[in-house]
Design a protein around this ligand. Structure first.
Ligand code: ADP
Ligand code: MG
Length: 288
């Protein structure tokens, strides 16, 4: 039978933007010693706006960079895709059709546009493929830069900026008061990760990491004796969420990550996690 206190707590937490899928995890939330947060869309708003876009090849105009990238991004639901498509709309650019869309896990996306193979990818992808970051595309700590690769040639880049959520600061404060270590794990670049981590006063961050590296890091933390909660979104984060002692899926409850998670964070608000932790402690006191 479900202990009454837990049943009540579960419905109370639903009003606080949390869906509890696994009661044990809820009871476990008071044991958490380390929180590993996602960056994009959790600690930050996830509302990327395009700040710059530029061609680095004479075959393409700047506008064409946006057009080709937009065509491929039209199939993606990534926050970066939404930012790029907003710009496409603002510029009234008509998008060509694409074929063979494919996600390059943790690195970007690709598709065929006419005869051309078009990729929109991370700085990490460029490095792996020995493509040089073009002049002017060096990101500052406010920008996330993605690169357009056409037929294996670097064609241009698009810079986007996101903002830290107002609630993140308070969530971090509450979690720290409860003696929790707080880390951020992100596929985004080093500079952005460092600046968000410093601004929020986190214990550390892991940047430019792939989903399976997130999983490995969760295991490492556990080997160090930590009781780990992790937030994540998308299909890619599902293995890491399943391995964490408390897996928290962010946002919509329809994807694979949500199915493997113990808890769903409905409004992607990190403050709701802080509430969960405090609430787990209170609930436990009532049971004993
Ligand atoms: P996060 O850990 O922040 O959720 P992801 O694994 O979703 O990161 O993405 C990691 C990186 O891969 C992004 O910062 C970006 O460089 C690239 N990327 C992923 N999806 C896309 C996309 N749809 N368009 C462009 N770049 C993408
Ligand atoms: Mg992601």
């Amino acid at each position: 039978a479900v202990p009454l206190v837990v049943a009540i707590s579960t419905s109370v937490s639903a009003q606080n933007g949390l869906l509890i899928r696994n009661r044990t995890a809820f009871e476990n939330s008071r044991k958490i010693t380390l929180m590993a947060f996602d960056k994009t869309g959790t600690l930050t708003k996830g509302n990327f706006g395009v700040t710059r876009f530029q061609s680095v090849q004479k075959e393409f105009s700047d506008q064409e960079i946006l057009k080709l990238a937009g065509a491929v991004e039209a199939e993606s639901e990534h926050p970066l895709a939404i930012g790029i498509l907003d710009k496409v709309k603002e510029k009234d650019i008509e998008l060509p059709e694409i074929k063979n869309f494919n996600a390059l896990t943790g690195k970007g996306i690709e598709a065929d546009v006419g005869e051309q193979k078009v990729k929109v990818v991370s700085p990490g992808f460029l490095k792996e493929n020995n493509l040089e970051v073009p002049d002017g595309a060096n990101q500052n700590e406010q920008e996330t830069v993605v690169f357009l690769v056409v037929d294996n040639q670097l064609a241009g880049f698009i810079a986007l900026a996101d903002e830290i959520r107002e609630e993140s600061q308070e969530a971090v404060k509450i979690l720290k008061e409860n003696r929790m270590k707080i880390y951020m794990m992100t596929g985004d670049n080093e500079q952005v990760a460092k600046s968000v981590s410093e601004e929020l006063g986190l214990d550390g961050y892991f940047a430019g990491i792939l989903p399976d590296e997130k999983l490995e890091q969760v295991k490492k933390f556990q080997q160090q004796g930590e009781f780990v909660a992790m937030t994540g979104d998308g299909i890619n984060d599902a293995p890491a969420l399943a391995t964490a002692d408390v897996g928290i899926a962010v946002g919509s409850g329809t994807d694979v990550a949500a199915e493997t998670a113990d808890i769903i964070l409905v409004n992607s608000n990190p403050k709701d996690i802080a509430s969960l932790v405090l609430f787990g402690k209170k609930t436990h006191k009532k049971m004993i």
